[in-house]
Design a protein around this ligand. Structure first.
Ligand SMILES: C[S@@+](CC[C@H](N)C(=O)[O-])C[C@H]1O[C@@H](n2cnc3c(N)ncnc32)[C@H](O)[C@@H]1O
Length: 308
C-alpha cells in the first residue's frame, strides 16, 4: 500500500462500510451451500481486524467448511497465534520474501522488522496447526533472488513449507515487467544444484502449488507458477473484499456488490446473485498474459484490496 496514497489523512473505510462478521458469515454459509469447503482470510492484513478469532470460530463452525486458512505478513502473528488456533484456524501462511534484514526492510516499506516475523513463524509452528505453517515467497529479479537458498536453508528440517510464487502484475502500481519474474523453472534449477529434489503428486486436482520434497528428507517446498504456467482453467476461487465486492479473478477490473443484497435482501437473493456471478465468470487473465494478449493498461484492482 503506497505511502503516498495511504498517508496519515487518507480516509479508510468506516466500520459500517465494511462487512460485519454476520454479513461475512452469511456469504460463507451461502458459498458452503454451493459446495465451497475452503475459506482463506487475507487482505490487506487480516490480523488488523479486531476480534478476528471470533470470525474464524464462526466460519470454522459452518457445516461443510473443512478448512479455514489465513495469509498474514506475520507482524502481529505472535500475539494472536494461540487465539487463532483455539478459534479453529486450520493453517497459516506467512509472507516472507527475504532473510536479509535490509532487503526485508526495503520490501516491507521500512515498516516491519525481520526478527519478530521469524519468531512468530516459530511460535505458530510450535502450536501445531493441523494444516501446518507455510511461507509465501515472491521472488523479484535483482531484489531478493540472491537470498533464495539462504531462506530455504533456514527452514529446512523445520516442517515449515516454503512456496515460491512467481511475481505477478497484480494491480497497476508495482511497475511489473516480465524481466523481473524469476520463473519456477529457474529457481528449481538453482535449488537442485544444492539439494536434490523429487516431485510429489498433487493433493487434489487444481492444486496451485507444484510440490517437491528434498531427497535428504529435510521437508517439502512448492512453486506457484502463475506467470510461466497459468492455471486459470483450474481456478475455483472467488474473492470477497472487506466492503462486500465479490471478484472471480485476482486480476479483475470490477466486482459485484454483495453488500447491498446482504443489507436489503434475503438469503435466497444472495444465493441467486452468487450463483449468477459464478456462472457468468469468464476471467482468464493469466492465460491472456501468457498469450501476450493481456491489456497492460486495464485498470486492475490492487492486490492489497483483493488479497493474494
Ligand atoms: C497481498 S498479501 C495479503 C495478506 C497479508 N497482508 C500478507 O502480507 O501476507 C497476500 C499474498 O500476496 C503475495 N503477493 C503480493 N504481491 C504479489 C505479486 N506481485 N505477485 C505475486 N504474489 C504477490 C504476498 O507475497 C502474499 O503472500
Amino acid at each position: 500500500m503506497p505511502e503516498s496514497t495511504y498517508h496519515e489523512h487518507f480516509r479508510f473505510l468506516e466500520a459500517r462500510e465494511r462487512l460485519s462478521f454476520d454479513e461475512i458469515e452469511r456469504v460463507a454459509c451461502v458459498a458452503a451451500s454451493f459446495g465451497v469447503t475452503k475459506l482463506r482470510l487475507t487482505g490487506g492484513e487480516p490480523l488488523l481486524r479486531p476480534q478476528l478469532p471470533e470470525l474464524i470460530a464462526r466460519l470454522a463452525a459452518i457445516p461443510g467448511i473443512e478448512d479455514v486458512a489465513l495469509t498474514t505478513n506475520g507482524v502481529l502473528l505472535e500475539r494472536h497465534a494461540a487465539a487463532l488456533k483455539q478459534a479453529g484456524l486450520h493453517r497459516i501462511t506467512v509472507s516472507l520474501d527475504s532473510l536479509d534484514p535490509a532487503i526485508f526492510a526495503r520490501m516491507s516499506g521500512g515498516r516491519a522488522q525481520l526478527t519478530p516475523v521469524l519468531e512468530s513463524i516459530a511460535s505458530a509452528q510450535a502450536l501445531g496447526f493441523a494444516g501446518g505453517v507455510k511461507l509465501n515467497t515472491v521472488v523479484q529479479r535483482g531484489v531478493n533472488d540472491e537470498g533464495v537458498l539462504d531462506l530455504l536453508d533456514y527452514f529446512r528440517n523445520t516442517g515449515v513449507v516454503v512456496r515460491f510464487i512467481e511475481y505477478m502484475d497484480v494491480g497497476n502500481r508495482n511497475g511489473w515487467e516480465r524481466e523481473d519474474v524469476v520463473t519456477s523453472r529457474d529457481l528449481l534449477t538453482r535449488i537442485v544444484t544444492r539439494w536434490p529434489l523429487e516431485p510429489l503428486s498433487p493433493h487434489y486436482r487444481g492444486e496451485v502449488a507444484k510440490r517437491y520434497r528434498y531427497r535428504d528428507g529435510a521437508g517439502e517446498i512448492g512453486f506457484i507458477s502463475s506467470v510461466s504456467e497459468p492455471f486459470c482453467g483450474d481456478c475455483s476461487r472467488a474473492r470477497l473484499s472487506s466492503e462486500g465486492q465479490i471478484y472471480t479473478c485476482l486480476f479483475a477490473t470490477k466486482g459485484t456488490d454483495l453488500r447491498r443484497i446482504l443489507r436489503e435482501e434475503d438469503d435466497a437473493a444472495l444465493q441467486k446473485a452468487l450463483a449468477q456471478v459464478w456462472r457468468d465468470r469468464t476471467d482468464r487473465y493469466s492465460e491472456e498474459r501468457a498469450e501476450r494478449r493481456a491489456d497492460k493498461a486495464r485498470g486492475k484492482i490492487e492486490m492489497h484490496y483483493i488479497g493474494g
